[in-house]
Design a protein around this ligand. Structure first.
Ligand SMILES: Nc1nc2c(c(=O)[nH]1)N[C@H]1C(S)=C(S)[C@@H](COP(=O)(O)O)O[C@H]1N2
Ligand SMILES: [Mo]
Length: 219
């Protein structure tokens, strides 16, 4: 489906991030349960937008983009880019919080809301979990209530321009309330299921739930 890749897996970075998890890097013990601060504990604000991934950039054009939504749904679908754009447009502004410590405020997104996708595929009453699979082999998991929140979207534009390849274009997931590793770039499959399936970082020491304000970095 992708018409190529560039780069190679950053083994050293993956090792370093696993060590950070073992050592509890950045933990302050000062959870902000009430969200009193805009900046979650242990984070710092950046003005640029760092690129973070496993090192491989899949080249997926809008022409060969396909998104499959399957599993515990009444109406499984595979959408091409045009069919995705036919769904109700959704705009959002939110902050990004990466577990490596950077946060970036006021990102403006355009895309399709998770709630619109759910209207289309109709998750069954047995669906409890969602697994995202991306073109670089990355996976990440959330609970269905974390995905079907009113601020979650599949984004194809950032700051009024098509989402760049390095940031997950043509289409990535944005789940604002969770650490950014839960927001899969180059998403190609969204699978609803009865059971949970921990993703790439979740099996390497990172928290299953990933709430930045309660420092769910590792676990
Ligand atoms: N497909 C894919 N999605 C991914 C990742 C990845 O390696 N592959 N890395 C995650 C991590 S750890 C972060 S912090 C964000 C980084 O997104 P950015 O490069 O646009 O800042 O993407 C997340 N989604
Ligand atoms: Mo990250």
């Amino acid at each position: 489906m992708a018409d190529g890749f560039s780069g190679k897996i950053k083994e050293k970075l993956i090792e370093a991030k696993q060590k950070w998890a073992e050592n509890g890097r950045l933990l302050t013990g000062q959870a902000d349960h009430a969200h009193e601060n805009r900046l979650p504990p242990g984070q710092r604000e950046v003005k640029d937008w760092p690129v973070l991934d496993l090192g491989i950039t899949p080249h997926v054009g809008t022409d060969d983009f396909r998104l499959t939504i399957d599993g515990e749904v009444e109406n499984p679908v595979t959408l091409d880019f045009g069919q995705l754009l036919d769904l109700p447009p959704f705009m959002a502004k939110n902050d990004i919080h990466c577990v490596t410590s950077w946060s970036r405020y006021d990102n403006h997104w355009q895309g399709v809301s998770a709630l619109s996708l759910a209207d289309l595929v109709k998750p069954t009453s047995d669906a409890r979990h969602v697994l995202f699979t991306a073109h670089d082999g990355y996976t990440t998991n959330v609970r269905i209530d974390q995905f079907l929140d009113d601020d979650v979207l599949l984004a194809h534009h950032w700051e009024d321009a098509p989402l760049t390849e390095e940031h997950g274009g043509p289409v990535r997931v944005i789940i604002p309330k969770l650490y950014f590793w839960k927001s899969a770039k180059w998403v190609r499959q969204i699978t609803f299921s009865k059971t949970d399936k921990p993703g790439f970082w979740e099996v390497r020491g990172y928290h299953n739930n990933a709430d930045p304000w309660t420092e769910e970095r590792y676990g």
